[in-house]
Write a protein that binds this ligand. Structure first.
Ligand code: 2BA
Length: 109
């Protein structure tokens, strides 16, 4: 068994969870915050059998888009005067950042 951890943009999270449920996959959604932008995103925990990984990765890829985001200097640097950059910057966020971990044990007690 594997645990897929996927960080996705909030805008994609409802569509992704709908498609996961439709295909019979169980997932937990956690409200999370990106360390760089300090904005909300959604982290999915998805426990799957080894042979289901590629199918779930496809579902994630189909339902998560990458977007350009303009970030104001203050929100990036958290208002730190020493590291202040006086112009906005563009970053490309997502589709999804995905980790696949080996699960040692799985219990539902
Ligand atoms: P954030 O940390 O808020 O990052 C948002 C986007 O800002 C990133 O998009 C990337 O394009 C840019 N970015 C992040 N750190 C940067 C840096 N040090 N310098 C320049 N640009 C930077 P993504 O790479 O698609 O990441 C989207 C979200 O996925 C991240 O939000 C974070 O919540 C998560 N994530 C990405 N890589 C991760 C990692 N290695 N470990 C844990 N979470 C990660």
């Amino acid at each position: 068994m594997k645990l897929i951890i996927a960080v996705v943009q909030d805008k994609d999270s409802n569509r992704l969870s709908k498609h996961l449920v439709k295909k019979g996959y169980r997932a937990t959604k956690l409200a999370s915050t990106g360390g760089f932008l300090k904005e909300g995103n959604t982290t999915f925990l998805i426990g799957v059998k080894d042979d289901e990984i590629n199918d779930v990765l496809d579902i994630i890829q189909e339902n998560c888009r990458s977007r350009e985001q303009t970030v104001s200097p203050v929100s990036v640097m958290g208002g730190n005067v020493d590291s202040y950059v006086p112009y906005p910057i563009e970053v490309e966020v997502g589709g999804a950042t995905v980790f696949v971990l080996q699960v040692e044990q799985f219990h539902q007690l």
